[in-house]
Write a protein that binds this ligand. Structure first.
Ligand SMILES: Cc1cc2nc3c(=O)[nH]c(=O)nc-3n(C[C@H](O)[C@H](O)[C@H](O)COP(=O)(O)OP(=O)(O)OC[C@H]3O[C@@H](n4cnc5c(N)ncnc54)[C@H](O)[C@@H]3O)c2cc1C
Length: 534
Protein backbone atom coordinates (compact mmCIF):
# COMPACT_ATOMS: atom_id res chain seq x y z
CA UNK A 1 0.00 0.00 0.00
CA UNK A 2 1.08 3.60 -0.55
CA UNK A 3 0.29 6.31 1.97
CA UNK A 4 -0.28 9.81 0.60
CA UNK A 5 -0.40 12.71 3.06
CA UNK A 6 -1.30 16.40 2.73
CA UNK A 7 -3.59 15.85 -0.22
CA UNK A 8 -5.61 19.07 -0.49
CA UNK A 9 -8.95 19.55 -2.22
CA UNK A 10 -11.45 22.42 -2.19
CA UNK A 11 -14.36 22.07 0.23
CA UNK A 12 -16.79 21.74 -2.68
CA UNK A 13 -15.10 18.64 -4.14
CA UNK A 14 -16.81 15.33 -4.91
CA UNK A 15 -15.60 11.72 -4.42
CA UNK A 16 -14.50 11.42 -8.08
CA UNK A 17 -12.26 14.50 -7.60
CA UNK A 18 -10.50 12.72 -4.74
CA UNK A 19 -9.83 9.64 -6.86
CA UNK A 20 -8.52 11.78 -9.71
CA UNK A 21 -6.25 13.70 -7.38
CA UNK A 22 -4.81 10.46 -5.97
CA UNK A 23 -4.07 9.23 -9.51
CA UNK A 24 -2.52 12.58 -10.40
CA UNK A 25 -0.23 12.58 -7.37
CA UNK A 26 0.75 8.94 -7.99
CA UNK A 27 1.10 9.66 -11.73
CA UNK A 28 -1.03 6.65 -12.66
CA UNK A 29 -4.18 6.07 -14.73
CA UNK A 30 -7.56 5.46 -13.04
CA UNK A 31 -7.56 1.73 -13.81
CA UNK A 32 -4.14 1.32 -12.13
CA UNK A 33 -5.60 2.42 -8.79
CA UNK A 34 -6.77 -0.91 -7.41
CA UNK A 35 -8.30 0.50 -4.21
CA UNK A 36 -8.07 3.48 -1.93
CA UNK A 37 -9.08 4.20 1.64
CA UNK A 38 -9.33 7.54 3.43
CA UNK A 39 -7.26 7.33 6.61
CA UNK A 40 -7.88 10.89 7.70
CA UNK A 41 -9.83 13.95 6.60
CA UNK A 42 -9.40 17.32 8.24
CA UNK A 43 -10.27 20.91 7.40
CA UNK A 44 -7.44 23.39 6.88
CA UNK A 45 -9.00 26.77 7.72
CA UNK A 46 -5.80 28.71 8.33
CA UNK A 47 -6.36 30.85 5.23
CA UNK A 48 -10.03 31.87 5.05
CA UNK A 49 -9.76 32.52 1.28
CA UNK A 50 -8.66 28.98 0.48
CA UNK A 51 -10.18 26.63 3.03
CA UNK A 52 -9.63 23.05 1.97
CA UNK A 53 -10.08 19.45 3.02
CA UNK A 54 -6.76 17.73 3.70
CA UNK A 55 -6.55 13.97 3.26
CA UNK A 56 -4.31 11.08 4.15
CA UNK A 57 -5.01 8.22 1.77
CA UNK A 58 -3.92 4.59 1.65
CA UNK A 59 -3.82 3.51 -1.98
CA UNK A 60 -3.29 0.10 -3.56
CA UNK A 61 -1.63 -0.14 -6.96
CA UNK A 62 0.46 -2.66 -8.84
CA UNK A 63 4.27 -2.58 -8.35
CA UNK A 64 4.03 -0.20 -5.40
CA UNK A 65 7.71 -0.27 -4.45
CA UNK A 66 8.83 0.78 -7.93
CA UNK A 67 6.20 3.49 -8.09
CA UNK A 68 7.16 4.81 -4.66
CA UNK A 69 10.85 5.03 -5.58
CA UNK A 70 10.07 6.84 -8.84
CA UNK A 71 7.84 9.43 -7.16
CA UNK A 72 10.40 10.63 -4.61
CA UNK A 73 7.81 12.80 -2.78
CA UNK A 74 8.11 13.59 0.95
CA UNK A 75 4.34 13.21 1.41
CA UNK A 76 4.34 9.70 0.02
CA UNK A 77 5.56 6.54 1.75
CA UNK A 78 4.96 2.83 1.72
CA UNK A 79 2.30 2.18 4.34
CA UNK A 80 0.35 -0.64 5.92
CA UNK A 81 -2.97 -0.69 7.72
CA UNK A 82 -2.31 -0.91 11.44
CA UNK A 83 -4.07 -4.02 12.73
CA UNK A 84 -5.25 -4.29 16.31
CA UNK A 85 -3.87 -7.46 17.87
CA UNK A 86 -5.46 -9.05 20.91
CA UNK A 87 -2.91 -10.93 23.06
CA UNK A 88 -2.61 -14.70 23.15
CA UNK A 89 -4.70 -15.84 26.15
CA UNK A 90 -2.97 -16.91 29.34
CA UNK A 91 -3.49 -20.26 30.99
CA UNK A 92 -4.76 -19.54 34.53
CA UNK A 93 -8.21 -20.97 35.00
CA UNK A 94 -11.00 -18.62 36.09
CA UNK A 95 -13.48 -20.03 38.57
CA UNK A 96 -16.21 -17.57 37.53
CA UNK A 97 -16.94 -14.91 34.93
CA UNK A 98 -14.99 -11.65 35.15
CA UNK A 99 -17.33 -8.96 36.51
CA UNK A 100 -17.35 -5.51 34.92
CA UNK A 101 -19.03 -2.78 36.93
CA UNK A 102 -20.42 -0.08 34.63
CA UNK A 103 -21.68 -0.15 31.06
CA UNK A 104 -20.14 3.17 29.94
CA UNK A 105 -17.61 3.14 27.08
CA UNK A 106 -14.91 1.62 29.33
CA UNK A 107 -17.10 -1.24 30.60
CA UNK A 108 -18.85 -1.78 27.28
CA UNK A 109 -15.70 -2.07 25.16
CA UNK A 110 -13.94 -4.16 27.80
CA UNK A 111 -17.03 -6.39 27.86
CA UNK A 112 -17.17 -6.57 24.08
CA UNK A 113 -13.56 -7.76 23.76
CA UNK A 114 -13.79 -10.21 26.67
CA UNK A 115 -17.01 -11.67 25.27
CA UNK A 116 -15.53 -11.94 21.77
CA UNK A 117 -12.51 -13.76 23.14
CA UNK A 118 -14.60 -16.24 25.15
CA UNK A 119 -14.47 -14.85 28.70
CA UNK A 120 -18.27 -14.58 29.16
CA UNK A 121 -18.14 -11.35 31.22
CA UNK A 122 -20.94 -10.29 33.56
CA UNK A 123 -21.65 -6.56 33.22
CA UNK A 124 -23.42 -4.81 36.10
CA UNK A 125 -25.15 -1.49 35.53
CA UNK A 126 -26.92 0.43 38.28
CA UNK A 127 -29.13 2.29 35.78
CA UNK A 128 -31.71 1.02 33.32
CA UNK A 129 -31.43 -0.11 29.72
CA UNK A 130 -31.58 2.47 26.96
CA UNK A 131 -35.41 2.66 26.69
CA UNK A 132 -35.91 2.99 30.45
CA UNK A 133 -33.12 5.50 30.68
CA UNK A 134 -34.37 7.63 27.80
CA UNK A 135 -37.79 7.73 29.50
CA UNK A 136 -36.24 8.73 32.86
CA UNK A 137 -34.04 11.42 31.33
CA UNK A 138 -36.93 12.90 29.28
CA UNK A 139 -39.11 12.99 32.38
CA UNK A 140 -36.35 14.71 34.33
CA UNK A 141 -35.84 17.35 31.65
CA UNK A 142 -39.61 17.94 31.43
CA UNK A 143 -40.59 17.90 35.11
CA UNK A 144 -37.37 18.11 37.14
CA UNK A 145 -38.08 14.73 38.79
CA UNK A 146 -34.66 13.06 39.05
CA UNK A 147 -34.09 9.32 39.26
CA UNK A 148 -30.69 9.13 41.03
CA UNK A 149 -30.04 5.67 39.53
CA UNK A 150 -31.10 6.41 35.94
CA UNK A 151 -30.09 9.76 34.51
CA UNK A 152 -27.60 11.50 32.20
CA UNK A 153 -24.69 9.85 34.06
CA UNK A 154 -26.09 6.43 34.97
CA UNK A 155 -27.62 3.73 32.79
CA UNK A 156 -26.85 1.79 29.62
CA UNK A 157 -23.92 3.36 27.75
CA UNK A 158 -22.79 5.44 30.75
CA UNK A 159 -22.19 9.18 30.71
CA UNK A 160 -21.52 9.29 26.99
CA UNK A 161 -24.99 8.23 25.82
CA UNK A 162 -26.69 11.64 26.06
CA UNK A 163 -23.70 13.48 24.64
CA UNK A 164 -22.35 15.09 21.51
CA UNK A 165 -20.56 11.79 20.94
CA UNK A 166 -17.29 13.46 20.02
CA UNK A 167 -14.77 10.73 19.42
CA UNK A 168 -11.49 12.59 19.26
CA UNK A 169 -8.82 11.81 21.82
CA UNK A 170 -5.36 13.05 22.67
CA UNK A 171 -4.21 9.50 23.48
CA UNK A 172 -1.48 8.43 21.04
CA UNK A 173 -2.44 5.16 19.46
CA UNK A 174 0.43 2.90 18.53
CA UNK A 175 -1.63 -0.17 19.45
CA UNK A 176 -4.45 0.27 16.92
CA UNK A 177 -6.99 0.46 19.78
CA UNK A 178 -8.34 3.80 18.55
CA UNK A 179 -9.11 2.35 15.15
CA UNK A 180 -10.56 -0.80 16.70
CA UNK A 181 -12.98 1.23 18.84
CA UNK A 182 -14.11 3.20 15.77
CA UNK A 183 -14.55 -0.04 13.79
CA UNK A 184 -16.70 -1.53 16.56
CA UNK A 185 -18.84 1.62 16.62
CA UNK A 186 -19.27 1.48 12.83
CA UNK A 187 -20.09 -2.25 12.82
CA UNK A 188 -22.94 -1.42 15.19
CA UNK A 189 -24.44 1.42 13.20
CA UNK A 190 -22.31 4.54 13.76
CA UNK A 191 -21.70 6.75 10.71
CA UNK A 192 -18.89 5.40 8.51
CA UNK A 193 -17.06 8.72 8.28
CA UNK A 194 -16.01 8.51 11.95
CA UNK A 195 -13.27 6.16 10.72
CA UNK A 196 -11.38 9.02 9.09
CA UNK A 197 -12.71 12.39 10.22
CA UNK A 198 -10.22 14.37 12.30
CA UNK A 199 -13.04 15.34 14.67
CA UNK A 200 -15.50 12.46 14.48
CA UNK A 201 -18.86 12.61 16.24
CA UNK A 202 -21.92 10.37 16.56
CA UNK A 203 -24.63 12.40 18.37
CA UNK A 204 -27.11 11.38 21.06
CA UNK A 205 -29.75 10.15 18.61
CA UNK A 206 -27.41 7.68 16.88
CA UNK A 207 -25.58 6.67 20.07
CA UNK A 208 -28.83 5.50 21.60
CA UNK A 209 -29.14 2.98 18.76
CA UNK A 210 -25.47 1.99 18.53
CA UNK A 211 -25.02 1.22 22.24
CA UNK A 212 -27.83 -1.37 22.56
CA UNK A 213 -26.59 -2.94 19.32
CA UNK A 214 -23.17 -3.46 20.94
CA UNK A 215 -24.88 -4.84 24.06
CA UNK A 216 -26.90 -7.34 22.03
CA UNK A 217 -23.73 -8.48 20.29
CA UNK A 218 -21.98 -8.97 23.64
CA UNK A 219 -24.93 -11.06 24.81
CA UNK A 220 -24.85 -13.15 21.63
CA UNK A 221 -21.14 -13.87 22.33
CA UNK A 222 -21.81 -15.15 25.85
CA UNK A 223 -21.68 -11.95 27.93
CA UNK A 224 -24.47 -11.07 30.36
CA UNK A 225 -25.90 -7.73 31.53
CA UNK A 226 -27.71 -7.03 34.77
CA UNK A 227 -29.40 -3.61 34.77
CA UNK A 228 -30.70 -1.92 37.95
CA UNK A 229 -27.85 -3.75 39.67
CA UNK A 230 -25.54 -1.65 41.78
CA UNK A 231 -22.32 -3.01 43.27
CA UNK A 232 -22.74 -1.90 46.88
CA UNK A 233 -19.95 -3.78 48.66
CA UNK A 234 -16.93 -5.95 47.93
CA UNK A 235 -15.36 -8.88 49.75
CA UNK A 236 -11.58 -8.96 50.07
CA UNK A 237 -9.79 -11.99 51.52
CA UNK A 238 -6.01 -12.29 51.96
CA UNK A 239 -5.40 -9.27 49.71
CA UNK A 240 -7.62 -10.64 46.95
CA UNK A 241 -11.10 -9.72 45.80
CA UNK A 242 -13.38 -12.74 46.15
CA UNK A 243 -16.89 -11.37 45.78
CA UNK A 244 -19.24 -8.43 45.56
CA UNK A 245 -22.65 -7.48 46.87
CA UNK A 246 -25.48 -6.47 44.53
CA UNK A 247 -28.05 -3.89 45.65
CA UNK A 248 -27.15 -4.39 49.38
CA UNK A 249 -28.76 -7.78 49.08
CA UNK A 250 -27.10 -10.63 47.26
CA UNK A 251 -23.43 -11.68 47.14
CA UNK A 252 -21.74 -13.19 44.09
CA UNK A 253 -18.24 -14.67 43.84
CA UNK A 254 -15.62 -13.35 41.46
CA UNK A 255 -11.85 -13.23 41.21
CA UNK A 256 -11.76 -10.50 38.52
CA UNK A 257 -13.49 -7.18 39.21
CA UNK A 258 -13.18 -4.44 36.59
CA UNK A 259 -14.16 -1.08 38.05
CA UNK A 260 -15.47 0.96 35.12
CA UNK A 261 -17.73 3.08 37.33
CA UNK A 262 -17.30 6.54 35.74
CA UNK A 263 -16.63 9.75 37.65
CA UNK A 264 -20.07 10.29 39.16
CA UNK A 265 -20.45 7.14 41.29
CA UNK A 266 -19.74 8.98 44.53
CA UNK A 267 -21.33 6.38 46.82
CA UNK A 268 -19.20 3.68 45.14
CA UNK A 269 -16.01 5.73 45.60
CA UNK A 270 -16.94 6.09 49.28
CA UNK A 271 -17.46 2.33 49.65
CA UNK A 272 -14.16 1.55 47.89
CA UNK A 273 -12.38 4.08 50.11
CA UNK A 274 -13.82 2.44 53.23
CA UNK A 275 -12.62 -0.91 51.89
CA UNK A 276 -9.13 0.62 51.69
CA UNK A 277 -8.77 0.32 47.92
CA UNK A 278 -5.75 2.57 47.24
CA UNK A 279 -6.88 5.87 45.72
CA UNK A 280 -5.84 9.50 45.65
CA UNK A 281 -7.36 12.87 45.01
CA UNK A 282 -6.72 14.32 41.56
CA UNK A 283 -6.72 17.75 39.89
CA UNK A 284 -9.63 18.54 37.57
CA UNK A 285 -11.43 21.68 36.38
CA UNK A 286 -14.68 23.53 37.09
CA UNK A 287 -16.53 26.39 35.46
CA UNK A 288 -19.62 27.29 33.49
CA UNK A 289 -21.06 26.36 30.11
CA UNK A 290 -21.07 29.22 27.60
CA UNK A 291 -23.47 29.51 24.66
CA UNK A 292 -22.84 31.56 21.50
CA UNK A 293 -24.83 31.70 18.28
CA UNK A 294 -23.41 28.87 16.12
CA UNK A 295 -23.39 31.21 13.12
CA UNK A 296 -20.82 33.58 14.62
CA UNK A 297 -18.60 30.65 15.63
CA UNK A 298 -18.76 29.10 12.15
CA UNK A 299 -18.04 32.45 10.48
CA UNK A 300 -15.10 33.09 12.80
CA UNK A 301 -13.63 29.67 11.99
CA UNK A 302 -14.38 29.38 8.28
CA UNK A 303 -15.42 32.82 6.97
CA UNK A 304 -18.89 33.72 5.67
CA UNK A 305 -18.92 31.78 2.39
CA UNK A 306 -17.30 28.54 3.58
CA UNK A 307 -19.46 28.49 6.72
CA UNK A 308 -22.50 28.01 4.45
CA UNK A 309 -20.97 24.84 3.00
CA UNK A 310 -19.11 23.22 5.90
CA UNK A 311 -20.70 21.54 8.96
CA UNK A 312 -21.16 23.71 12.11
CA UNK A 313 -17.66 24.62 13.29
CA UNK A 314 -16.09 23.55 16.56
CA UNK A 315 -13.57 25.73 18.41
CA UNK A 316 -10.89 25.43 21.05
CA UNK A 317 -9.75 28.32 23.23
CA UNK A 318 -7.12 28.20 25.96
CA UNK A 319 -5.24 30.61 28.19
CA UNK A 320 -3.14 30.66 31.32
CA UNK A 321 -3.61 33.14 34.15
CA UNK A 322 -0.58 34.81 35.79
CA UNK A 323 -1.42 32.68 38.88
CA UNK A 324 -0.75 29.60 36.79
CA UNK A 325 -4.31 28.39 36.29
CA UNK A 326 -5.38 26.99 32.95
CA UNK A 327 -8.65 28.37 31.56
CA UNK A 328 -9.96 26.55 28.52
CA UNK A 329 -12.92 25.38 26.50
CA UNK A 330 -13.91 21.76 27.00
CA UNK A 331 -16.44 19.39 25.47
CA UNK A 332 -17.44 21.89 22.79
CA UNK A 333 -20.77 21.00 21.16
CA UNK A 334 -21.43 22.66 17.79
CA UNK A 335 -25.18 23.05 17.18
CA UNK A 336 -25.82 21.63 20.64
CA UNK A 337 -27.82 21.91 23.83
CA UNK A 338 -26.85 22.69 27.41
CA UNK A 339 -28.22 19.80 29.48
CA UNK A 340 -29.18 19.40 33.09
CA UNK A 341 -26.86 16.44 33.83
CA UNK A 342 -27.51 16.09 37.56
CA UNK A 343 -27.32 12.69 39.23
CA UNK A 344 -27.84 13.53 42.91
CA UNK A 345 -30.96 14.94 44.52
CA UNK A 346 -30.59 18.56 45.65
CA UNK A 347 -27.51 19.07 43.42
CA UNK A 348 -27.23 20.41 39.88
CA UNK A 349 -24.53 19.97 37.24
CA UNK A 350 -24.62 20.91 33.55
CA UNK A 351 -23.01 19.42 30.48
CA UNK A 352 -23.44 19.58 26.69
CA UNK A 353 -24.95 17.36 24.00
CA UNK A 354 -25.96 17.46 20.37
CA UNK A 355 -27.75 15.33 17.82
CA UNK A 356 -25.99 13.84 14.81
CA UNK A 357 -27.02 16.79 12.62
CA UNK A 358 -25.78 19.34 15.16
CA UNK A 359 -28.62 21.55 14.07
CA UNK A 360 -29.52 23.64 17.11
CA UNK A 361 -28.81 27.33 16.61
CA UNK A 362 -26.26 27.59 19.43
CA UNK A 363 -22.69 26.46 19.99
CA UNK A 364 -21.85 25.60 23.58
CA UNK A 365 -18.77 24.59 25.48
CA UNK A 366 -17.63 24.38 29.06
CA UNK A 367 -15.25 27.20 29.94
CA UNK A 368 -13.35 25.71 32.82
CA UNK A 369 -10.60 26.63 35.23
CA UNK A 370 -8.14 24.06 36.55
CA UNK A 371 -8.42 23.22 40.25
CA UNK A 372 -6.04 21.17 42.37
CA UNK A 373 -6.39 19.46 45.77
CA UNK A 374 -5.23 22.78 47.28
CA UNK A 375 -8.55 24.34 46.18
CA UNK A 376 -10.68 21.57 47.68
CA UNK A 377 -9.98 22.67 51.22
CA UNK A 378 -10.45 19.17 52.63
CA UNK A 379 -8.32 16.12 53.19
CA UNK A 380 -8.16 12.65 51.76
CA UNK A 381 -8.86 11.17 48.33
CA UNK A 382 -12.53 12.19 48.32
CA UNK A 383 -11.98 15.92 48.99
CA UNK A 384 -12.57 16.76 45.31
CA UNK A 385 -16.00 15.13 45.48
CA UNK A 386 -16.93 17.26 48.51
CA UNK A 387 -15.82 20.34 46.54
CA UNK A 388 -17.98 19.34 43.55
CA UNK A 389 -20.97 18.64 45.79
CA UNK A 390 -20.72 22.07 47.43
CA UNK A 391 -20.77 23.82 44.04
CA UNK A 392 -23.61 21.61 42.76
CA UNK A 393 -25.71 22.23 45.90
CA UNK A 394 -25.31 26.00 45.50
CA UNK A 395 -26.20 25.73 41.79
CA UNK A 396 -29.32 23.72 42.65
CA UNK A 397 -30.42 26.14 45.34
CA UNK A 398 -29.87 29.31 43.31
CA UNK A 399 -31.89 27.91 40.40
CA UNK A 400 -34.44 26.11 42.65
CA UNK A 401 -33.70 22.95 40.70
CA UNK A 402 -33.61 24.66 37.28
CA UNK A 403 -30.37 25.37 35.38
CA UNK A 404 -29.08 28.70 36.78
CA UNK A 405 -28.10 31.12 33.98
CA UNK A 406 -26.61 34.59 33.68
CA UNK A 407 -25.47 36.67 30.71
CA UNK A 408 -21.71 37.16 30.67
CA UNK A 409 -21.99 40.99 30.84
CA UNK A 410 -24.09 40.72 34.01
CA UNK A 411 -21.79 38.04 35.42
CA UNK A 412 -18.89 40.50 35.11
CA UNK A 413 -20.93 43.34 36.64
CA UNK A 414 -22.21 41.01 39.36
CA UNK A 415 -25.90 41.68 38.72
CA UNK A 416 -28.84 39.45 37.91
CA UNK A 417 -29.85 39.15 34.25
CA UNK A 418 -33.38 40.16 33.30
CA UNK A 419 -33.68 38.79 29.75
CA UNK A 420 -31.64 37.17 26.98
CA UNK A 421 -29.78 39.41 24.51
CA UNK A 422 -29.72 38.85 20.73
CA UNK A 423 -30.22 35.10 21.05
CA UNK A 424 -31.83 32.75 23.53
CA UNK A 425 -30.65 29.54 25.14
CA UNK A 426 -30.91 25.95 23.85
CA UNK A 427 -31.29 23.72 26.91
CA UNK A 428 -32.58 20.31 27.87
CA UNK A 429 -34.19 20.97 31.23
CA UNK A 430 -35.67 24.29 32.41
CA UNK A 431 -33.42 27.27 33.08
CA UNK A 432 -33.80 30.41 35.17
CA UNK A 433 -31.70 33.55 35.69
CA UNK A 434 -29.66 33.40 38.91
CA UNK A 435 -26.58 35.08 40.44
CA UNK A 436 -23.94 32.72 38.97
CA UNK A 437 -21.26 35.28 39.88
CA UNK A 438 -21.64 34.15 43.51
CA UNK A 439 -21.20 30.45 42.66
CA UNK A 440 -17.50 30.06 41.90
CA UNK A 441 -14.88 30.78 44.58
CA UNK A 442 -13.20 34.23 44.10
CA UNK A 443 -9.98 33.11 42.46
CA UNK A 444 -11.82 30.82 40.06
CA UNK A 445 -14.33 33.58 39.21
CA UNK A 446 -11.46 35.96 38.42
CA UNK A 447 -9.62 33.35 36.33
CA UNK A 448 -12.82 32.62 34.40
CA UNK A 449 -13.15 36.31 33.47
CA UNK A 450 -9.44 36.60 32.58
CA UNK A 451 -9.85 33.65 30.23
CA UNK A 452 -13.04 34.98 28.64
CA UNK A 453 -11.42 38.38 28.06
CA UNK A 454 -8.41 36.80 26.31
CA UNK A 455 -10.40 34.51 23.97
CA UNK A 456 -11.46 37.26 21.49
CA UNK A 457 -7.83 37.14 20.25
CA UNK A 458 -8.86 33.87 18.66
CA UNK A 459 -12.64 34.29 18.19
CA UNK A 460 -13.91 37.86 17.80
CA UNK A 461 -16.76 38.71 20.18
CA UNK A 462 -16.24 35.59 22.23
CA UNK A 463 -16.75 37.77 25.31
CA UNK A 464 -19.88 39.53 24.06
CA UNK A 465 -22.21 40.73 26.78
CA UNK A 466 -25.07 38.41 25.84
CA UNK A 467 -23.11 35.13 25.95
CA UNK A 468 -25.31 32.84 28.03
CA UNK A 469 -23.59 31.14 30.98
CA UNK A 470 -25.06 28.08 32.70
CA UNK A 471 -23.82 26.45 35.87
CA UNK A 472 -22.25 24.49 37.17
CA UNK A 473 -19.81 22.53 35.04
CA UNK A 474 -18.28 20.38 37.75
CA UNK A 475 -17.97 16.87 36.22
CA UNK A 476 -15.22 17.58 33.69
CA UNK A 477 -13.08 14.63 34.75
CA UNK A 478 -12.70 12.41 37.76
CA UNK A 479 -11.68 14.07 41.03
CA UNK A 480 -10.29 10.70 42.14
CA UNK A 481 -7.70 8.24 40.86
CA UNK A 482 -7.98 4.58 41.88
CA UNK A 483 -4.37 3.50 41.74
CA UNK A 484 -3.21 0.74 39.43
CA UNK A 485 0.18 -0.66 38.41
CA UNK A 486 1.63 -1.12 34.93
CA UNK A 487 -0.37 -4.34 34.61
CA UNK A 488 -3.50 -2.21 35.27
CA UNK A 489 -4.09 -3.93 38.63
CA UNK A 490 -4.91 -2.41 42.00
CA UNK A 491 -2.90 -3.43 45.05
CA UNK A 492 -5.86 -5.61 45.87
CA UNK A 493 -5.45 -8.62 43.65
CA UNK A 494 -8.07 -9.13 40.96
CA UNK A 495 -9.25 -5.49 40.89
CA UNK A 496 -8.75 -3.59 37.63
CA UNK A 497 -9.58 0.15 37.89
CA UNK A 498 -10.60 1.21 34.37
CA UNK A 499 -11.81 4.23 32.39
CA UNK A 500 -12.61 7.77 33.44
CA UNK A 501 -13.84 7.25 36.99
CA UNK A 502 -10.65 5.49 37.92
CA UNK A 503 -8.70 8.44 36.47
CA UNK A 504 -7.36 6.84 33.28
CA UNK A 505 -9.52 8.45 30.60
CA UNK A 506 -11.08 11.78 29.76
CA UNK A 507 -13.73 11.05 27.19
CA UNK A 508 -15.59 8.39 25.23
CA UNK A 509 -12.64 7.29 23.07
CA UNK A 510 -10.01 7.18 25.80
CA UNK A 511 -12.43 5.34 28.12
CA UNK A 512 -13.28 2.79 25.41
CA UNK A 513 -9.57 2.32 24.60
CA UNK A 514 -8.82 1.81 28.28
CA UNK A 515 -11.59 -0.80 28.28
CA UNK A 516 -9.82 -2.70 25.47
CA UNK A 517 -6.49 -2.39 27.26
CA UNK A 518 -8.00 -3.82 30.44
CA UNK A 519 -9.57 -6.72 28.53
CA UNK A 520 -6.11 -7.45 27.04
CA UNK A 521 -4.53 -7.57 30.52
CA UNK A 522 -7.18 -9.96 31.82
CA UNK A 523 -6.70 -12.17 28.76
CA UNK A 524 -2.90 -12.18 29.08
CA UNK A 525 -3.28 -13.92 32.43
CA UNK A 526 -6.35 -16.07 32.15
CA UNK A 527 -7.71 -18.71 29.81
CA UNK A 528 -11.13 -18.21 28.20
CA UNK A 529 -14.08 -19.79 30.01
CA UNK A 530 -15.88 -22.89 28.82
CA UNK A 531 -19.53 -21.78 28.44
CA UNK A 532 -20.92 -24.27 31.02
CA UNK A 533 -18.44 -23.05 33.68
CA UNK A 534 -20.14 -19.65 34.11
C1 LIG B 1 -23.76 15.08 28.83
C2 LIG B 1 -22.37 14.56 28.58
C3 LIG B 1 -21.78 14.80 27.34
C4 LIG B 1 -20.51 14.29 27.06
N1 LIG B 1 -19.99 14.48 25.81
C5 LIG B 1 -18.85 13.86 25.47
C6 LIG B 1 -18.37 13.89 24.14
O1 LIG B 1 -19.00 14.45 23.24
N2 LIG B 1 -17.20 13.26 23.87
C7 LIG B 1 -16.48 12.62 24.84
O2 LIG B 1 -15.41 12.07 24.53
N3 LIG B 1 -16.90 12.58 26.11
C8 LIG B 1 -18.08 13.17 26.44
N4 LIG B 1 -18.53 13.09 27.73
C9 LIG B 1 -17.70 12.37 28.71
C10 LIG B 1 -17.84 10.88 28.49
O3 LIG B 1 -19.19 10.54 28.47
C11 LIG B 1 -17.09 10.12 29.56
O4 LIG B 1 -15.75 10.50 29.49
C12 LIG B 1 -17.19 8.62 29.35
O5 LIG B 1 -18.53 8.21 29.30
C13 LIG B 1 -16.45 7.88 30.47
O6 LIG B 1 -16.62 6.52 30.27
P1 LIG B 1 -16.55 5.45 31.45
O7 LIG B 1 -17.00 4.18 30.87
O8 LIG B 1 -15.22 5.52 32.09
O9 LIG B 1 -17.61 5.94 32.54
P2 LIG B 1 -19.16 6.26 32.42
O10 LIG B 1 -19.55 6.50 31.02
O11 LIG B 1 -19.45 7.29 33.42
O12 LIG B 1 -19.87 4.90 32.84
C14 LIG B 1 -19.87 4.42 34.14
C15 LIG B 1 -21.09 3.55 34.35
O13 LIG B 1 -20.93 2.84 35.58
C16 LIG B 1 -22.18 2.72 36.21
N5 LIG B 1 -21.93 2.53 37.64
C17 LIG B 1 -21.30 3.37 38.48
N6 LIG B 1 -21.20 2.83 39.72
C18 LIG B 1 -21.79 1.62 39.65
C19 LIG B 1 -22.02 0.61 40.60
N7 LIG B 1 -21.60 0.72 41.86
N8 LIG B 1 -22.67 -0.51 40.21
C20 LIG B 1 -23.11 -0.64 38.92
N9 LIG B 1 -22.93 0.30 37.99
C21 LIG B 1 -22.26 1.43 38.34
C22 LIG B 1 -22.87 4.04 35.90
O14 LIG B 1 -24.27 3.93 36.00
C23 LIG B 1 -22.39 4.32 34.47
O15 LIG B 1 -23.33 3.86 33.52
C24 LIG B 1 -19.80 13.57 28.05
C25 LIG B 1 -20.38 13.36 29.31
C26 LIG B 1 -21.65 13.83 29.57
C27 LIG B 1 -22.27 13.59 30.92
Amino acid sequence: MIEIRQLKLPITHGSQDLKEKVCKVLKIKGEQLLSMEILRQSIDARKKQEISYVYTILAETAKEENLYKKLNNKNISLGEKKEYLFPIPGSKKLSSSPVIVGSGPAGLFCGYMLAKMGYCPLILERGGNIQERTRDVSLFWKTGTLNPESNVSFGEGGAGTFSDGKLNTLVKDKSGRNRKVLEIFIEHGAPKEIAYEAKPHIGTDRLSQVIPAIRKDIESMGGRFLFHTCMTDIRIEKGKVTGLCLNHDMWIDTEILILAIGHSARDTFQMLFEKKIPMESKAFAVGLRAEHPQEIISISQYGKEASKILPPAPYKVTSNTPEGRGVYSFCMCPGGYVVNASSEKGKLAVNGMSYYKRDSKNANSAIIVSVTPKDFGGEGPLAGIAFQRKLEKTAYEMGKGKIPQQLYGDFKKKRLSASYGEFSSCTKGDAVFAPLHTLLPGEIYNSFIEGMESFPEKIPDFNREDVILSGVESRTSSPVRILRDEKLKSDVNGIYPCGEGAGYAGGIMSAAMDGLKTAEEVARNYAPIEKDET
